[in-house]
Design a binder for this molecule. Sequence first.
Ligand code: NAG
Ligand code: NAG
Ligand code: NAG
Ligand code: NAG
Ligand code: NAG
Length: 512
Amino acid sequence: MHVLYAFLVLVSISDGFDPACPGRCFCDSAQSVHCYRLTEVPSGIPSTTKKLYISHGKIQHLQVSNFTQMLALEDFILLASGTESVEKDTFKTLGTLKTLEFWKNKLRRVPTTLPASLEVLKLNDNSIYVLHGSDFEGLEKLKILELKNNLLSSLSPSMLSSLVSLQSLVLDGNNIESVAGPLELPHLTRMSMENNQLHLIPAGFFTSLQSLQFLSFSSNFLTKVPINLPKSLLSLKMERNRLKVIRFRDMKHLENLSHLYLSENLLSSIDGAQLLTNLTTLELSQNQLPTLPLRLPARLQKLDISNNLIQRVTVQDFQDLRELKHLFLDNNTVSLFEAGALQRCSQLSNLALEQNLLLSIPLRLPGTLARLDLKGNAIRDIAERELKDLKQLQVLNLRNNKISALDLRALEVLPRLRHLYLDGNPWNCTCSLLRAREVLKAKGTDVRGGQCAAPAERQGESWMSSKKILRQCEHLLHQTKKSKEVKKKPKPEEHSSIRINMDDDYYDYEID
Ligand SMILES: *[C@@H]1O[C@H](CO)[C@@H](O)[C@H](O)[C@H]1NC(C)=O
Ligand SMILES: *[C@@H]1O[C@H](CO)[C@@H](O)[C@H](O)[C@H]1NC(C)=O
Ligand SMILES: *[C@@H]1O[C@H](CO)[C@@H](O)[C@H](O)[C@H]1NC(C)=O
Ligand SMILES: *[C@@H]1O[C@H](CO)[C@@H](O)[C@H](O)[C@H]1NC(C)=O
Ligand SMILES: *[C@@H]1O[C@H](CO)[C@@H](O)[C@H](O)[C@H]1NC(C)=O
């Protein structure tokens, strides 16, 4: 920020860009003025200014006289300037003002008598502790109201009743303990009250919110999904609450609901979600589910049920989920994974099974998988029959298992493999493992190999890069190398073999 400020000051002083521009301000040709480190709103802001942006100053108080000249002002943004109060009617006569933003100041009240032209009002990170109906009187064009991180403790219909055009209301990070309804906001499509102190949403709260599509009550103390949710809902977030059960019967009118977020609750069973026919995303991570939910919606594309207590994955669990693309089952206690359990999921591309208790790679996984994560299980070997159908697989993570040897044939059947994570396994660094290394290199696969656990004289060597082992096995490798070169010529940079830093624990394997 210092550098930016210095630069802007320099520009505004040095090039004589606009001689009428006040000090510590930068005036650009698009009638916008940016000012930094001020102690008051400067006089001499050009009267044609449409956008005024003031930040990182110390302007305790704003008053009417500060704005009387600014008859063309459309956007006023005051950021981090320690502002505590605004004189009555300061903005009243600014008939073209559309956007008013006071971020990170010290306001305790909403500025009064705002102009009817206002469309966006953002008062995030202040100390506003109460709203009055009169605060918003006449704001019939206001579409966006944000009051994130203030000190509000309640919300009632009379506070917002003037806002007939409101589309988005954000009240995250307050201390709201109670809400009353019905809120009469017929055009509201988005409402967020994350991170408050709500225990209960009264039954009539939503009756006049007939356009609501996105609703979030994440991080509250709710024990129930609110009833009478609006039919128009597309997305409902209830993460980090205290839900113990979900009654899908009370939600079945939500025919367009596509995203439901229930992670970090206290759910120990889920049944009947199939009533939400259009659900495509269901997140249930960090609950206490001992089994996979029965009867999931057939349109589901993403299911996150990681961090639960699931032990078994069976054919029956997934027989109807033909559109599933992403399945997260990581950090459970899965020890039984039936062969072909996901065969019907003919679009599955991501399967996360890390941190479970699997002893082998599940059989007959769908051939559409692009990424398979099996990190942190107890897998002892890799067999050709487990991988042979995975023609699309690009990322295979077998880190931190109990594998000591590689079956070359198992890896040769994976034509698209680009990233292979094998570190954290007790490798037996025989010369045949080195042969596998040459094959993987020739394929251009990026491999994290890890270290040798045996034989004793090679312990601790990194088998993907060790020159010592390479020397010791050279006589055996020569032949393999030659025959492979005819098939597929490695790219030049792959000859300089030791490029991967084996100490680097971090890896990232986004698929593009
Ligand atoms: C703006 O308001 C401050 C008080 O915050 C006052 O001292 C100053 O004179 C005003 N400037 C103009 C141009 O009215
Ligand atoms: C559900 O979505 C469809 C298609 O977008 C729309 O026509 C319909 O009005 C929506 N239903 C409700 C209750 O909002
Ligand atoms: C939701 O599902 C119903 C059938 O249950 C269908 O008529 C409607 O078009 C779907 N809406 C969307 C947005 O897919
Ligand atoms: C796995 O789940 C346990 C219990 O739910 C939790 O304490 C732990 O932090 C989780 N680990 C990861 C890596 O998410
Ligand atoms: C490593 O492999 C060799 C050759 O197959 C075998 O004789 C030896 O017992 C293995 N060592 C360990 C620790 O598995």
